[in-house]
Design a protein around this ligand. Structure first.
Ligand SMILES: C[S@@+](CC[C@H](N)C(=O)[O-])C[C@H]1O[C@@H](n2cnc3c(N)ncnc32)[C@H](O)[C@@H]1O
Length: 246
């Protein structure tokens, strides 16, 4: 049983790939003609170039759409494919879940002929996001234990460029900071179950902070305090694309 067998049962109801982030992944892949997607989950951000998905959770594999690339049930740390198996490898919003990061990144380098594209976040920036800074510091503390510094990733990759990936105000992929301008969403348990930071911190721990958020929304305090956000169409919550070329 993997973590996502427990927390991933409603994943696709709130985690729909966002077209603006998809465009960034596509651009980062450049001219790669074959792609292996590791930590593929339900198949978000996979294009027709994806020839294989690597995913340990049968619950996530079960939510892949009909016609998606074949999926092998395996972990990043031990990928059952040959060296140089594809032009490029993607690992999107997954490296923080791996038990042996160095082994996983070594595997990505082994199977990618030319390029590795990783989507992750910089916890130093994310910690300033109002949800965790003001309401759910316990969730930020949980993320402190697993967030991967982008410099560390770049080092394991033997060098990489790091790009800012801003979150659109109407982001359709309900990850941690997706609802930065739609605070009511965090009061929805289905939304929370699609965000591992919240699902793994646990409802009991989150309850007091969520109650304060609900009260601040009701009183108008949140709207007053974060008035500046309502004029923005995108926001840098710390999400980063790490791209290595070989
Ligand atoms: C937040 S989901 C992201 C899924 C997909 N990449 C996306 O963007 O929607 C994280 C995924 O990483 C997978 N995962 C967890 N541990 C892993 C490991 N050691 N190797 C590969 N994937 C892993 C989980 O099962 C889950 O499907």
């Amino acid at each position: 049983m993997t973590v996502y067998d427990a927390i991933g049962t409603t994943y696709t109801s709130t985690r729909r790939p966002d077209p603006r982030i998809e465009a960034r992944v596509t651009a980062a892949l450049g001219d790669a003609r074959s792609v292996i997607n590791v930590g593929a989950g339900a198949g978000s951000y996979e294009t027709s170039r994806v020839v294989l998905a690597v995913e340990p959770s049968p619950v996530m594999i079960g939510q892949r759409p009909p016609g998606a690339a074949p999926a092998v049930r395996a972990r990043a740390e031990e990928i059952p494919v040959a060296d140089d198996a594809a032009d490029a490898v993607t690992a999107l919003l997954t490296v923080h879940h791996w038990t042996d990061l160095a082994a996983g990144i070594a595997e990505l380098r082994r199977i990618a002929r030319r390029r590795v594209v990783i989507l992750t976040w910089d916890q130093r920036v994310f910690r300033r996001f109002w949800l965790v800074e003001e309401y759910l510091p316990e969730a930020a503390a949980f993320d402190d234990t697993r967030a991967v510094p982008v410099e560390h990733l770049a080092g394991l990759l033997g060098g990489a460029r790091v790009e800012v990936v801003p979150v659109p105000h109407d982001c359709t992929d309900g990850f941690g900071a997706a609802y930065w301008r739609r605070p009511e969403a965090y009061l929805n348990p289905v939304v929370r179950s699609g965000i591992s930071m919240l699902a793994q911190t646990g409802e009991q721990v989150l309850r007091p902070g969520l109650a304060r958020l609900a009260a601040d929304l009701e009183s108008g305090h949140w709207q007053d305090r974060y008035r500046d956000l309502t004029g923005l169409t995108e926001f840098d919550a710390g999400y980063r694309m790490v791209v290595a070329e070989f």
